[in-house]
Design a protein around this ligand. Structure first.
Ligand SMILES: *Cc1c(COP(=O)(O)O)cnc(C)c1O
Length: 379
């Protein structure tokens, strides 16, 4: 990023060299992202984030097929999709939210049953950001293709963790976000299969072939390209090692902490994500205590943390609000060491035990869904 924040600060749309020479790094980054997903670089559009990519994909399918007013998605999508769909409903579109089972899995026959001649787009995430559960996007795409329905997947969680090949997958549109693959926050991409009808969400200048107006964020685009290269270099052995570390962490938690359980199917799942419930524990209190120790974990998705509502993903999987409020998501990474996990495990069983012992009637009332201030304060 640095050269593009210091010396190379030109505008790529300018007629002079200071700007024009920035076209090359933008196109190099586009090639890297295309290579990461198995696409042609002409099929990659840069956006400001994953959320913009998702909004663009869904609205494009609706704008280009005005007679089709039905959208299919799932009950466990990221808020970028959930809230876009809720907004569409308020504007008179019909949205079907496919349910999941206790393991977080979709029933393919149920997908097939809800597809209609007026379905404009099926938008289904590939990997769930809270549980890591993977949906069978290839099979869903095949069902859509047979019926002439466009398919978009929110693949934001997958780079580096799953091999992405848009050709094999058979999707028409695919969204990514750089900060989920160690890139900067505030840059994303949308794959649009050649020949897919497309209508931009952000209309303005001729940038991105008119597919997304607005002067390019060159430093972020360059960094996204480099992050994509690094993600593409992650191989099957790295993924296996990551999954093994996650699995042994999970096994240790389940063995050492009574009343703990894993959410979501063991497979197919991302190699790094672990959603764990601790009966009788308020996850928000546990997160505060972990944070004091320098351990970063999350309840629900970062976008909704702070809201008191239990995770819509966990409740869609059939957890009751109390169980959902006792759930933490741990995300490992290729850089997470065995020592990191050992450090976490040197504290986690004790903290869970202390929170259970300290659970006051107020805390229990809160966990049961009654509003009251946090009962357990960190030291
Ligand atoms: C983070 C995330 C998004 C949103 O991406 P932003 O770049 O933060 O807008 C969308 N979907 C999933 C699954 C995510 O994890």
């Amino acid at each position: 990023m640095l050269p593009y924040l210091t010396e190379e600060w030109g505008n790529p749309s300018s007629p002079y060299r200071l700007g024009k020479r920035l076209v090359e790094p933008i196109e190099a980054a586009r090639e890297s992202i295309a290579a990461l997903v198995g696409a042609d670089s002409s099929e990659i559009v840069f956006t400001s984030c994953g959320t913009e990519s998702i909004n663009t994909a869904i609205t494009s399918c609706l704008y280009t097929q005005p007679s089709k007013r039905h959208v299919v998605t799932t009950a466990v999508e990221h808020s970028a999709t959930m809230k876009s769909c809720a907004a569409l409903e308020r504007r008179g579109y019909e949205v079907t939210y496919l349910p999941v089972n206790r393991a977080g899995a979709l029933d393919l026959r149920a997908v097939e049953r809800v597809l209609r001649p007026d379905t404009a787009v099926v938008s289904v995430m590939w990997a769930n950001n809270e549980t890591g559960v993977l949906f069978p996007i290839g099979e869903i795409a095949a069902l859509c293709r047979d019926r002439g329905i466009l398919i978009h997947t929110d693949a934001v969680q997958t780079p580096g963790k799953v091999v992405i090949n848009v050709g094999e997958l058979g999707v028409d549109l695919l969204s990514l976000s750089a900060h989920k693959l160690h890139g900067p926050k505030g840059i994303g991409s949308l794959y649009v299969r050649k020949g897919t009808p497309f209508w931009p969400l952000i209309i303005g200048g001729h940038q991105e072939e008119g597919n997304r107006g607005g002067t390019e964020n060159v430093p972020y685009i360059a960094a996204f390209g480099r992050a994509a290269e690094l993600a593409r270099a992650i191989g099957p052995q790295d993924r296996q090692a990551l999954a093994a570390r996650r699995d042994s962490f999970e096994a240790e938690v389940l063995a050492r902490i009574p009343g703990s359980s894993r959410n979501g199917a063991k497979e197919p799942r991302l190699p790094n994500t672990s959603s764990l419930s601790f009966a009788g524990v308020d996850a928000e209190a546990l997160l505060l205590l972990l944070d004091q120790l320098g351990i970063c974990a999350s309840s629900g998705s970062a976008c909704t943390t702070g809201s008191m509502a239990p995770s819509h993903v966990l409740t869609a999987m059939g957890l009751n609000p109390t169980e959902a409020r006792g759930t933490i998501r741990f995300s490992l990474d290729y850089e997470t060491t065995g020592e990191d996990v050992a450090y976490l495990m040197s504290h986690l069983p004790r903290l869970v035990g202390e929170l259970r012992a300290a659970a006051s009637p107020r805390a229990i009332a809160r966990m049961a869904g009654t509003r009251s201030e946090l009962a357990v304060q960190p030291a």
